[in-house]
Design a protein around this ligand. Structure first.
Ligand code: FUL
Length: 480
Protein backbone atom coordinates (compact mmCIF):
# COMPACT_ATOMS: atom_id res chain seq x y z
CA UNK A 1 0.00 0.00 0.00
CA UNK A 2 2.81 2.36 1.00
CA UNK A 3 4.62 1.59 -2.28
CA UNK A 4 1.51 2.23 -4.35
CA UNK A 5 1.03 5.56 -2.59
CA UNK A 6 4.64 6.46 -3.28
CA UNK A 7 4.23 5.62 -6.98
CA UNK A 8 1.07 7.76 -7.18
CA UNK A 9 2.85 10.67 -5.50
CA UNK A 10 5.81 10.38 -7.91
CA UNK A 11 3.50 10.35 -10.93
CA UNK A 12 1.65 13.39 -9.58
CA UNK A 13 4.96 15.13 -9.05
CA UNK A 14 5.95 14.44 -12.63
CA UNK A 15 2.69 15.88 -13.92
CA UNK A 16 2.94 18.95 -11.70
CA UNK A 17 6.54 19.49 -12.72
CA UNK A 18 5.47 20.30 -16.27
CA UNK A 19 5.37 17.73 -18.98
CA UNK A 20 6.25 14.12 -18.57
CA UNK A 21 7.66 13.68 -22.08
CA UNK A 22 10.73 11.51 -22.26
CA UNK A 23 13.85 13.48 -21.56
CA UNK A 24 16.57 13.07 -24.15
CA UNK A 25 19.33 14.06 -21.68
CA UNK A 26 22.07 16.40 -22.67
CA UNK A 27 25.60 15.11 -22.68
CA UNK A 28 28.21 15.62 -19.97
CA UNK A 29 26.97 16.06 -16.41
CA UNK A 30 28.72 17.52 -13.36
CA UNK A 31 30.14 15.22 -10.71
CA UNK A 32 28.99 15.52 -7.08
CA UNK A 33 32.39 17.09 -6.42
CA UNK A 34 31.70 19.83 -8.98
CA UNK A 35 28.10 20.44 -7.88
CA UNK A 36 29.20 20.98 -4.28
CA UNK A 37 31.83 23.42 -5.43
CA UNK A 38 29.37 25.30 -7.65
CA UNK A 39 27.21 26.05 -4.61
CA UNK A 40 30.02 28.06 -3.03
CA UNK A 41 29.40 30.83 -5.64
CA UNK A 42 31.71 33.39 -4.02
CA UNK A 43 34.86 32.96 -1.90
CA UNK A 44 38.11 34.77 -1.18
CA UNK A 45 41.62 34.33 -2.55
CA UNK A 46 44.51 35.26 -0.23
CA UNK A 47 47.88 36.08 -1.79
CA UNK A 48 50.42 36.29 1.00
CA UNK A 49 54.14 35.53 1.25
CA UNK A 50 57.58 37.15 0.81
CA UNK A 51 56.15 39.38 -1.97
CA UNK A 52 54.04 41.11 0.68
CA UNK A 53 57.30 42.29 2.28
CA UNK A 54 59.43 42.91 -0.82
CA UNK A 55 56.68 44.74 -2.72
CA UNK A 56 56.94 42.35 -5.67
CA UNK A 57 54.30 40.41 -7.60
CA UNK A 58 56.62 37.61 -8.73
CA UNK A 59 59.34 36.93 -6.16
CA UNK A 60 62.71 35.81 -7.52
CA UNK A 61 63.06 32.86 -5.16
CA UNK A 62 66.37 34.21 -3.85
CA UNK A 63 64.75 36.28 -1.06
CA UNK A 64 66.04 35.57 2.45
CA UNK A 65 63.49 33.62 4.48
CA UNK A 66 63.83 36.34 7.11
CA UNK A 67 61.89 38.80 4.92
CA UNK A 68 58.71 36.92 5.82
CA UNK A 69 57.87 38.41 9.18
CA UNK A 70 54.26 39.50 9.73
CA UNK A 71 53.99 41.47 12.95
CA UNK A 72 50.41 40.63 13.93
CA UNK A 73 49.20 37.77 11.72
CA UNK A 74 45.67 36.72 12.63
CA UNK A 75 43.87 34.28 10.33
CA UNK A 76 40.75 34.60 12.47
CA UNK A 77 40.54 38.24 11.38
CA UNK A 78 40.63 37.08 7.72
CA UNK A 79 37.83 34.62 8.49
CA UNK A 80 35.67 37.12 10.35
CA UNK A 81 35.88 39.47 7.37
CA UNK A 82 35.27 36.69 4.85
CA UNK A 83 32.24 35.52 6.82
CA UNK A 84 30.79 39.02 7.14
CA UNK A 85 31.33 39.55 3.40
CA UNK A 86 29.23 36.46 2.66
CA UNK A 87 32.18 34.54 1.18
CA UNK A 88 31.92 30.76 1.55
CA UNK A 89 35.61 30.00 1.89
CA UNK A 90 39.24 31.05 1.51
CA UNK A 91 41.95 29.82 -0.88
CA UNK A 92 45.50 30.62 0.30
CA UNK A 93 48.67 30.81 -1.81
CA UNK A 94 50.44 28.08 0.16
CA UNK A 95 53.37 28.42 -2.26
CA UNK A 96 53.68 31.10 -4.97
CA UNK A 97 56.23 31.15 -7.80
CA UNK A 98 59.03 32.22 -5.40
CA UNK A 99 58.81 28.75 -3.82
CA UNK A 100 58.37 29.97 -0.23
CA UNK A 101 56.12 27.55 1.69
CA UNK A 102 53.69 29.05 4.20
CA UNK A 103 53.81 25.72 6.05
CA UNK A 104 56.93 23.96 7.42
CA UNK A 105 57.35 21.56 4.52
CA UNK A 106 59.72 18.63 4.85
CA UNK A 107 60.50 18.99 1.12
CA UNK A 108 61.96 22.49 1.04
CA UNK A 109 64.41 24.63 2.97
CA UNK A 110 62.61 27.82 1.96
CA UNK A 111 59.66 27.85 4.35
CA UNK A 112 58.18 29.48 7.45
CA UNK A 113 60.40 27.13 9.50
CA UNK A 114 63.53 28.89 8.19
CA UNK A 115 62.08 32.35 8.81
CA UNK A 116 62.33 34.25 12.06
CA UNK A 117 58.55 34.66 12.24
CA UNK A 118 57.50 33.16 15.56
CA UNK A 119 61.03 31.75 15.86
CA UNK A 120 60.40 29.43 12.95
CA UNK A 121 57.46 27.79 14.73
CA UNK A 122 54.69 29.53 12.77
CA UNK A 123 52.42 27.72 10.28
CA UNK A 124 49.98 29.83 8.25
CA UNK A 125 48.19 26.82 6.76
CA UNK A 126 47.54 25.32 10.17
CA UNK A 127 46.30 28.59 11.56
CA UNK A 128 44.03 29.31 8.59
CA UNK A 129 42.63 25.77 8.39
CA UNK A 130 41.70 25.97 12.08
CA UNK A 131 40.22 29.45 11.76
CA UNK A 132 38.15 28.37 8.72
CA UNK A 133 36.73 25.47 10.74
CA UNK A 134 35.89 27.79 13.61
CA UNK A 135 34.03 30.20 11.32
CA UNK A 136 32.32 27.56 9.18
CA UNK A 137 34.27 28.47 6.05
CA UNK A 138 35.68 26.12 3.43
CA UNK A 139 39.42 26.04 3.01
CA UNK A 140 41.42 25.61 -0.19
CA UNK A 141 45.02 25.99 -1.32
CA UNK A 142 46.87 27.37 -4.32
CA UNK A 143 50.12 25.55 -5.00
CA UNK A 144 52.34 26.87 -7.78
CA UNK A 145 54.28 24.16 -9.61
CA UNK A 146 56.62 26.88 -10.86
CA UNK A 147 59.25 27.23 -8.14
CA UNK A 148 62.05 29.79 -8.51
CA UNK A 149 63.82 28.56 -5.40
CA UNK A 150 63.84 24.79 -5.25
CA UNK A 151 67.25 23.33 -6.24
CA UNK A 152 65.56 20.31 -7.89
CA UNK A 153 63.37 22.48 -10.14
CA UNK A 154 64.16 21.73 -13.80
CA UNK A 155 64.96 18.07 -13.09
CA UNK A 156 62.66 15.00 -12.87
CA UNK A 157 63.27 14.95 -9.09
CA UNK A 158 61.20 18.12 -8.74
CA UNK A 159 58.04 16.27 -9.81
CA UNK A 160 58.56 14.06 -6.74
CA UNK A 161 58.93 17.19 -4.62
CA UNK A 162 55.68 18.66 -5.95
CA UNK A 163 53.79 15.38 -5.46
CA UNK A 164 55.14 15.10 -1.92
CA UNK A 165 54.11 18.66 -1.15
CA UNK A 166 50.58 17.96 -2.38
CA UNK A 167 50.41 14.86 -0.21
CA UNK A 168 51.80 16.77 2.75
CA UNK A 169 49.30 19.65 2.62
CA UNK A 170 46.31 17.36 1.95
CA UNK A 171 47.24 15.08 4.87
CA UNK A 172 47.95 17.89 7.30
CA UNK A 173 45.45 20.60 6.42
CA UNK A 174 42.76 18.98 4.23
CA UNK A 175 40.09 18.30 3.25
CA UNK A 176 40.08 21.19 0.78
CA UNK A 177 37.06 22.49 -1.10
CA UNK A 178 39.32 23.42 -4.01
CA UNK A 179 42.94 22.78 -5.04
CA UNK A 180 44.42 25.46 -7.32
CA UNK A 181 47.15 24.71 -9.86
CA UNK A 182 48.75 27.68 -11.49
CA UNK A 183 49.79 26.88 -15.07
CA UNK A 184 52.86 29.20 -15.07
CA UNK A 185 56.08 27.46 -16.06
CA UNK A 186 59.18 29.68 -15.96
CA UNK A 187 62.84 29.10 -15.19
CA UNK A 188 64.07 27.90 -11.81
CA UNK A 189 67.27 28.84 -9.97
CA UNK A 190 69.41 26.80 -12.40
CA UNK A 191 67.88 28.55 -15.42
CA UNK A 192 65.93 25.45 -16.50
CA UNK A 193 62.20 25.04 -17.00
CA UNK A 194 60.40 22.08 -15.49
CA UNK A 195 58.64 19.37 -17.48
CA UNK A 196 55.60 19.09 -15.21
CA UNK A 197 54.24 15.56 -14.87
CA UNK A 198 50.59 16.67 -14.95
CA UNK A 199 49.38 13.14 -15.42
CA UNK A 200 50.99 12.11 -12.16
CA UNK A 201 49.87 15.28 -10.36
CA UNK A 202 46.28 14.60 -11.38
CA UNK A 203 46.49 10.96 -10.44
CA UNK A 204 47.94 11.93 -7.04
CA UNK A 205 45.13 14.39 -6.29
CA UNK A 206 42.45 11.90 -7.30
CA UNK A 207 43.95 9.19 -5.09
CA UNK A 208 44.56 11.30 -1.99
CA UNK A 209 41.60 13.70 -2.21
CA UNK A 210 38.88 12.27 -4.48
CA UNK A 211 36.31 14.76 -3.13
CA UNK A 212 38.43 17.84 -3.86
CA UNK A 213 37.77 19.65 -7.14
CA UNK A 214 40.95 20.70 -8.89
CA UNK A 215 41.35 23.99 -10.74
CA UNK A 216 43.70 24.80 -13.60
CA UNK A 217 43.24 26.60 -16.96
CA UNK A 218 41.64 23.42 -18.28
CA UNK A 219 40.44 21.62 -15.16
CA UNK A 220 40.05 18.65 -14.58
CA UNK A 221 37.18 20.01 -12.47
CA UNK A 222 37.21 23.81 -12.72
CA UNK A 223 38.52 25.97 -15.56
CA UNK A 224 39.96 29.47 -15.68
CA UNK A 225 37.52 32.04 -17.13
CA UNK A 226 40.26 33.35 -19.43
CA UNK A 227 40.93 36.75 -17.78
CA UNK A 228 41.91 38.17 -14.41
CA UNK A 229 39.10 40.75 -14.35
CA UNK A 230 36.56 38.40 -12.82
CA UNK A 231 34.31 38.34 -15.88
CA UNK A 232 32.67 35.27 -17.47
CA UNK A 233 31.21 35.29 -20.98
CA UNK A 234 27.57 36.36 -21.48
CA UNK A 235 27.45 32.99 -23.17
CA UNK A 236 28.97 30.61 -20.64
CA UNK A 237 28.89 26.87 -21.25
CA UNK A 238 30.04 24.59 -18.46
CA UNK A 239 31.49 22.33 -21.13
CA UNK A 240 35.02 22.36 -22.51
CA UNK A 241 37.02 20.42 -25.06
CA UNK A 242 40.45 19.76 -23.64
CA UNK A 243 41.82 17.22 -26.15
CA UNK A 244 45.04 18.53 -27.67
CA UNK A 245 45.44 21.30 -25.10
CA UNK A 246 47.76 21.55 -22.13
CA UNK A 247 47.92 23.71 -19.02
CA UNK A 248 49.65 27.08 -19.20
CA UNK A 249 50.89 28.23 -22.62
CA UNK A 250 49.16 25.35 -24.45
CA UNK A 251 45.69 26.13 -23.07
CA UNK A 252 42.72 26.89 -25.37
CA UNK A 253 42.31 30.53 -26.52
CA UNK A 254 41.10 32.83 -23.73
CA UNK A 255 37.81 33.43 -25.57
CA UNK A 256 37.10 29.72 -25.47
CA UNK A 257 37.92 29.53 -21.76
CA UNK A 258 35.64 32.51 -21.23
CA UNK A 259 32.64 31.02 -23.05
CA UNK A 260 33.24 27.26 -22.90
CA UNK A 261 32.26 24.95 -25.78
CA UNK A 262 28.55 24.40 -26.41
CA UNK A 263 29.17 20.79 -27.40
CA UNK A 264 32.31 20.28 -25.33
CA UNK A 265 33.15 16.76 -24.19
CA UNK A 266 33.84 17.56 -20.52
CA UNK A 267 31.93 19.28 -17.73
CA UNK A 268 34.43 21.94 -16.55
CA UNK A 269 32.69 25.05 -15.18
CA UNK A 270 34.40 28.45 -15.06
CA UNK A 271 35.87 30.25 -12.07
CA UNK A 272 36.47 34.02 -12.30
CA UNK A 273 39.53 35.18 -10.36
CA UNK A 274 40.16 38.87 -9.75
CA UNK A 275 41.93 40.99 -7.14
CA UNK A 276 40.27 43.69 -5.06
CA UNK A 277 43.43 45.73 -5.84
CA UNK A 278 45.51 46.16 -9.00
CA UNK A 279 48.08 43.61 -7.75
CA UNK A 280 47.60 40.12 -6.33
CA UNK A 281 49.87 40.88 -3.34
CA UNK A 282 49.48 43.77 -0.90
CA UNK A 283 51.24 47.03 -1.82
CA UNK A 284 50.51 50.02 0.41
CA UNK A 285 50.67 52.40 -2.55
CA UNK A 286 47.55 50.65 -3.91
CA UNK A 287 45.43 51.43 -0.85
CA UNK A 288 43.65 54.18 -2.76
CA UNK A 289 42.97 51.83 -5.67
CA UNK A 290 40.86 49.24 -3.84
CA UNK A 291 37.79 48.42 -5.92
CA UNK A 292 34.60 50.11 -4.76
CA UNK A 293 31.58 48.14 -3.51
CA UNK A 294 29.76 49.08 -6.73
CA UNK A 295 32.60 47.78 -8.88
CA UNK A 296 32.64 44.54 -6.87
CA UNK A 297 28.88 44.18 -7.35
CA UNK A 298 29.32 44.73 -11.08
CA UNK A 299 31.94 41.94 -11.11
CA UNK A 300 29.56 39.71 -9.13
CA UNK A 301 26.82 40.19 -11.74
CA UNK A 302 29.30 39.34 -14.50
CA UNK A 303 30.69 36.23 -12.82
CA UNK A 304 28.20 34.61 -10.42
CA UNK A 305 25.42 36.24 -12.47
CA UNK A 306 26.69 34.39 -15.53
CA UNK A 307 26.84 30.97 -13.92
CA UNK A 308 30.51 31.02 -12.84
CA UNK A 309 32.04 31.12 -9.35
CA UNK A 310 33.83 34.24 -8.13
CA UNK A 311 37.26 34.00 -6.46
CA UNK A 312 38.00 37.48 -5.11
CA UNK A 313 41.56 38.14 -3.93
CA UNK A 314 41.97 40.17 -0.72
CA UNK A 315 45.66 40.23 0.22
CA UNK A 316 46.73 40.79 3.85
CA UNK A 317 49.28 43.53 4.58
CA UNK A 318 52.68 43.29 6.29
CA UNK A 319 51.04 42.94 9.67
CA UNK A 320 49.31 39.80 8.36
CA UNK A 321 45.91 41.48 8.55
CA UNK A 322 43.36 42.49 5.95
CA UNK A 323 43.59 46.27 5.84
CA UNK A 324 40.70 48.53 6.75
CA UNK A 325 40.14 49.81 3.19
CA UNK A 326 39.76 46.29 1.73
CA UNK A 327 37.50 45.25 4.57
CA UNK A 328 35.30 48.35 4.16
CA UNK A 329 34.93 47.65 0.42
CA UNK A 330 33.94 44.04 1.17
CA UNK A 331 31.32 45.12 3.71
CA UNK A 332 29.87 47.63 1.24
CA UNK A 333 29.75 44.89 -1.40
CA UNK A 334 27.92 42.55 0.99
CA UNK A 335 25.40 45.29 1.83
CA UNK A 336 24.62 45.91 -1.86
CA UNK A 337 24.00 42.18 -2.43
CA UNK A 338 21.82 41.95 0.64
CA UNK A 339 19.78 45.04 -0.31
CA UNK A 340 19.46 44.00 -3.94
CA UNK A 341 18.46 40.37 -3.45
CA UNK A 342 16.64 40.51 -0.16
CA UNK A 343 13.13 39.81 -1.42
CA UNK A 344 12.02 38.66 -4.82
CA UNK A 345 9.11 40.75 -6.11
CA UNK A 346 7.39 37.49 -7.04
CA UNK A 347 7.16 36.52 -3.38
CA UNK A 348 6.41 40.02 -2.14
CA UNK A 349 3.52 40.45 -4.57
CA UNK A 350 2.38 36.80 -4.30
CA UNK A 351 2.63 36.73 -8.10
CA UNK A 352 1.79 33.53 -9.99
CA UNK A 353 3.94 31.67 -12.50
CA UNK A 354 2.23 29.44 -15.01
CA UNK A 355 2.93 27.33 -18.06
CA UNK A 356 -0.29 27.05 -20.04
CA UNK A 357 -2.89 26.27 -17.38
CA UNK A 358 -0.42 24.79 -14.87
CA UNK A 359 0.43 26.83 -11.80
CA UNK A 360 4.16 26.40 -11.15
CA UNK A 361 4.73 29.20 -8.65
CA UNK A 362 5.78 26.95 -5.76
CA UNK A 363 8.13 24.82 -7.86
CA UNK A 364 9.89 27.87 -9.25
CA UNK A 365 10.20 29.92 -6.09
CA UNK A 366 11.07 27.29 -3.46
CA UNK A 367 14.82 27.90 -3.63
CA UNK A 368 15.26 24.20 -4.26
CA UNK A 369 17.29 23.20 -7.28
CA UNK A 370 15.85 19.69 -7.02
CA UNK A 371 12.39 20.86 -7.99
CA UNK A 372 12.24 22.06 -11.54
CA UNK A 373 9.90 22.57 -14.44
CA UNK A 374 10.38 20.63 -17.65
CA UNK A 375 9.23 22.80 -20.56
CA UNK A 376 8.90 19.69 -22.72
CA UNK A 377 10.03 19.11 -26.29
CA UNK A 378 7.42 21.52 -27.61
CA UNK A 379 9.12 24.27 -25.60
CA UNK A 380 9.30 26.70 -28.53
CA UNK A 381 5.50 26.97 -28.51
CA UNK A 382 5.02 27.69 -24.80
CA UNK A 383 6.25 30.27 -22.33
CA UNK A 384 6.53 30.75 -18.59
CA UNK A 385 4.17 33.52 -17.61
CA UNK A 386 4.70 35.55 -14.43
CA UNK A 387 1.63 37.60 -13.52
CA UNK A 388 1.87 40.16 -10.74
CA UNK A 389 -1.12 41.30 -8.72
CA UNK A 390 0.11 44.88 -8.67
CA UNK A 391 2.24 46.91 -11.04
CA UNK A 392 5.89 46.62 -9.99
CA UNK A 393 9.05 48.59 -10.68
CA UNK A 394 11.70 46.06 -11.67
CA UNK A 395 15.17 45.94 -13.23
CA UNK A 396 16.60 42.50 -12.49
CA UNK A 397 15.66 38.87 -13.17
CA UNK A 398 17.43 35.75 -11.89
CA UNK A 399 16.98 32.34 -13.51
CA UNK A 400 18.39 28.93 -12.62
CA UNK A 401 18.84 25.79 -14.66
CA UNK A 402 19.15 22.62 -12.54
CA UNK A 403 22.60 21.83 -13.95
CA UNK A 404 22.76 18.42 -12.28
CA UNK A 405 20.77 17.43 -15.39
CA UNK A 406 23.27 19.08 -17.73
CA UNK A 407 23.26 22.53 -19.26
CA UNK A 408 20.65 22.78 -21.96
CA UNK A 409 19.31 26.23 -22.82
CA UNK A 410 21.03 27.73 -25.87
CA UNK A 411 18.92 30.86 -26.22
CA UNK A 412 15.98 32.50 -24.52
CA UNK A 413 14.14 35.78 -24.44
CA UNK A 414 12.22 37.67 -21.81
CA UNK A 415 9.35 40.04 -22.53
CA UNK A 416 8.17 42.53 -19.94
CA UNK A 417 4.61 43.85 -20.21
CA UNK A 418 2.22 46.23 -18.47
CA UNK A 419 -1.53 45.80 -18.92
CA UNK A 420 -0.77 43.51 -21.88
CA UNK A 421 1.37 46.19 -23.52
CA UNK A 422 4.97 45.40 -24.46
CA UNK A 423 7.53 47.35 -22.37
CA UNK A 424 10.98 45.74 -22.72
CA UNK A 425 12.68 42.68 -24.17
CA UNK A 426 15.89 40.80 -23.44
CA UNK A 427 17.49 38.30 -25.81
CA UNK A 428 20.09 36.08 -24.23
CA UNK A 429 21.91 32.79 -24.73
CA UNK A 430 22.89 30.55 -21.79
CA UNK A 431 21.47 30.27 -18.26
CA UNK A 432 23.53 27.57 -16.47
CA UNK A 433 23.80 27.42 -12.68
CA UNK A 434 22.27 30.88 -12.54
CA UNK A 435 21.82 33.93 -14.71
CA UNK A 436 21.24 37.37 -13.26
CA UNK A 437 20.11 39.95 -15.82
CA UNK A 438 19.66 43.66 -15.26
CA UNK A 439 17.73 46.10 -17.45
CA UNK A 440 16.45 49.70 -17.21
CA UNK A 441 13.89 50.19 -14.49
CA UNK A 442 10.54 49.14 -15.94
CA UNK A 443 7.02 49.38 -14.60
CA UNK A 444 5.24 46.10 -15.35
CA UNK A 445 2.76 43.46 -14.23
CA UNK A 446 3.76 40.55 -16.45
CA UNK A 447 6.93 38.77 -17.57
CA UNK A 448 7.06 36.10 -20.25
CA UNK A 449 10.04 33.78 -20.53
CA UNK A 450 10.53 31.98 -23.86
CA UNK A 451 13.18 29.34 -24.44
CA UNK A 452 14.00 29.59 -28.12
CA UNK A 453 16.62 26.89 -28.49
CA UNK A 454 17.80 24.13 -26.22
CA UNK A 455 19.99 21.01 -26.46
CA UNK A 456 17.10 18.97 -25.06
CA UNK A 457 13.95 19.64 -23.01
CA UNK A 458 14.68 22.88 -21.14
CA UNK A 459 14.55 22.67 -17.35
CA UNK A 460 14.15 25.72 -15.09
CA UNK A 461 14.39 25.43 -11.31
CA UNK A 462 14.09 28.99 -10.00
CA UNK A 463 12.92 32.45 -11.04
CA UNK A 464 13.31 35.66 -9.02
CA UNK A 465 12.54 39.26 -9.94
CA UNK A 466 14.12 42.25 -8.17
CA UNK A 467 14.38 45.95 -8.12
CA UNK A 468 18.02 46.73 -7.45
CA UNK A 469 19.42 50.24 -7.03
CA UNK A 470 19.07 51.76 -10.50
CA UNK A 471 22.50 53.40 -10.29
CA UNK A 472 24.01 49.92 -9.96
CA UNK A 473 22.18 48.77 -13.04
CA UNK A 474 23.45 51.78 -15.03
CA UNK A 475 27.03 51.04 -13.95
CA UNK A 476 26.63 47.50 -15.12
CA UNK A 477 25.39 48.66 -18.50
CA UNK A 478 28.21 51.17 -18.87
CA UNK A 479 30.93 48.72 -17.94
CA UNK A 480 30.06 46.02 -20.53
C1 FUL B 1 48.87 33.84 -12.01
C2 FUL B 1 50.11 34.20 -11.19
O1 FUL B 1 51.23 34.38 -12.03
C3 FUL B 1 49.77 35.45 -10.43
O2 FUL B 1 50.86 35.91 -9.68
C4 FUL B 1 48.57 35.17 -9.55
O3 FUL B 1 48.92 34.22 -8.56
C5 FUL B 1 47.41 34.66 -10.39
C6 FUL B 1 46.20 34.26 -9.58
O4 FUL B 1 47.79 33.55 -11.15
O5 FUL B 1 49.11 32.82 -12.88
Amino acid sequence: MKRILLIIVSILNLIIAGYSQSDTGSGPLPTARQLNWQHANFYLFVHFGPNTFTNLEWGKGSEQEAVFNPTALDCRQWCRIAKAAGAKGIILTAKHHDGFCLWPSAYSLHTVAQSSWRNGKGDVLKELSEACKEYGLSFGVYLSPWDRNHPAYGTPAYNDVFVNMMKEVVARYGPFFEFWWDGANGEGPNGKKQQYDWHRFEFTMRSIAPETPVFSDIGPDIRWAGNENGIAGTTNWNLLDTAGFTRGAGAPPVDTLNRGNMNGANWIPAECDVSIRPGWFYHSEEDSLVKTPKKLFDIYLKSVGRGANLLLNVPPDRRGLISACDSAALMGFARIREESFHTSLIKKDKAGISLGNKNLTDLLTDDNENSWVNLGNDYANVFLDIRFNHIQLMNCIRLEEPVQNGQRVKSFSIEILKGGEFMYRLDETTIGHQRILTFPITSADEIRIFVKDSKSNPLISEIDVYRIDDVLHQETLNAK
